[in-house]
Design a protein around this ligand. Structure first.
Ligand code: PGA
Ligand code: ZN
Length: 422
């Protein structure tokens, strides 16, 4: 294994125009690469700490100069000239160097940018595509391409909060390839944009991840409009395209679930409401149906809908092995939303993945609402055989960079898309 010859970072801007971290790594055999990290807005309380400068005179406190400085000074001093036999040895070194449970000393943004830049440089050093390097990292063969789940409509924290729930996504269930799936979703997105214009006189206002965000009168209208858009594009809801929902319910939990302004639901009523949605609309996945700390009620949600629907944990699990272990023991979910920056290194994310797999859970590999043009997530979803990938809408270059990379990988490997649902 070559040694690390150079590591450095700089501040760049994400898709919301907020600062984030990009790191560059060069190995002693000359292989070099850079990588940038995303950032969430609808974050879980248990996420690793994204280090921000807090200087209110610059980017409203969101600057990343401290995190960049930590790569350029503390991390660079510690790793340059050292040999790391694999990703896990570098990541464990970084975890120890940070020494906190949530990476609050160096910042998860600093640590993850380093971790991914090293992975990409290592793939180049080995002369293999990044997706293959990711597969080798977890000792698994390449199997399938992930099935797409693509944002159609948004509310909550990613839009104006016109409805409390965050996203309704399209799942091109019958498409046999990524190429076919994208064409099918494009048609639905166009018919949805027309519907927004006609029903809401709304120009196609877009949420953070490119979803359409008209002033829906209520959640039912959001689902009805999704189904209508699928039909208007000439597809059969439930057969050609199913729906997935990111309820993101931690963000409207207030002792109970404030699904409507005038009414707060008890957890049991919330579960009954979610179950009713799965009967009324072709919903195959519900993410964060309950709040992140509502441990007592997640098992009941899984019992109520888990036989026909993914009970997917995002803020609930935070890609955190400890939380995932607890959720497996409690039978509290059946699917993991995997966001590497929630935990801060590839190695810990791989541990999260392996735990989910050991419980036979589905895994959805996910982007963040603040993304960059970097496309490593597509390679990760393929290399780690994610059942699904969630990148946002079929809009905006930071999203399309990932879809375009999937198209490239599909053309290169001709692998099938994971079968789901049904
Ligand atoms: P975030 O949202 O990146 O803003 O946290 C994405 C999601 O909730 O899935
Ligand atoms: Zn989510």
């Amino acid at each position: 294994m070559p040694t690390i010859e150079h590591i450095s970072a700089m501040e760049i801007l994400d898709s919301r125009g907020r600062p984030t971290v990009s790191a560059a790594c060069r190995l002693s055999d000359g292989a070099e690469a850079s990588a940038s990290v995303p950032s969430g807005a609808s974050t879980g309380a248990a996420e690793a700490l994204e280090l921000r400068d807090g200087d209110m005179n610059r980017y409203g406190g969101l600057g990343c100069r401290k995190a960049v400085g930590n790569v350029n000074e503390t991390i660079a001093r510690a790793v340059i000239g050292r040999q790391f036999s694999d990703q896990s040895s570098l990541d464990h070194f970084l975890i120890d160097l940070d020494g906190t449970p949530n990476k609050s000393k160096l910042g998860a943004n600093a640590v993850l940018a380093t971790s991914i830049a090293f992975a990409r440089a290592s793939a180049r050093s080995r002369g293999v595509p990044l997706y293959r390097h990711f597969a080798d990292m977890i000792g698994q063969p390449l199997r399938t391409l992930p099935r797409l789940t693509i944002n159609l409509f948004s509310g909550g924290k990613h839009a104006g909060g016109q409805v409390p729930i965050q996203d309704v996504l399209l799942v091109p269930a019958s498409a046999a390839t990524i190429d076919e799936a994208l064409a099918c979703v494009y048609a639905c997105y166009q018919s949805a944009a027309k519907l927004c214009q006609r029903k809401y006189s709304s120009r196609a206002l877009k949420a953070d991840e490119g979803g359409l965000a008209p002033p829906f009168p209520d959640i039912n209208a959001m689902f009805d409009d999704a189904v209508e858009s699928i039909r208007a594009a000439g597809y059969e809801p439930g057969r050609d395209l199913a729906l997935a929902v990111d309820v993101a319910s931690s963000h409207f939990f207030d002792g109970g679930y404030r699904l409507e302004d005038h009414r707060i639901l008890e957890p049991s009523r919330m579960i009954a409401t979610l179950a009713a949605w799965t009967r009324q609309w072709p919903i195959v996945s519900i993410e964060d149906g309950l709040a992140e700390d509502d441990w007592a009620n997640w098992p009941e949600l899984r019992r109520a809908i888990g036989d026909r629907c993914l009970v997917l944990g995002d803020d609930f699990l935070c890609t955190n092995p400890q939380r995932i272990r607890r959720a497996i023991e409690a039978n509290a979910a059946n699917a993991l939303l995997l966001k590497v920056n929630q935990i801060g290194t590839l190695t810990e994310a791989a541990e999260a993945l392996n735990l989910a797999r050991s419980a036979r859970w589905h895994v959805t590999v996910s982007a963040r609402s603040g993304e960059t043009e970097d496309n490593w997530l597509a390679d990760l979803a393929v290399g780690w055989a994610g059942d699904q990938i969630k990148v946002g809408s079929i809009a905006q270059s930071e999203r399309l960079a990932k879809y375009n990379r999937l198209l490239q990988i599909e053309a290169e490997t001709r692998m099938p898309v994971a079968t789901w649902p049904g």
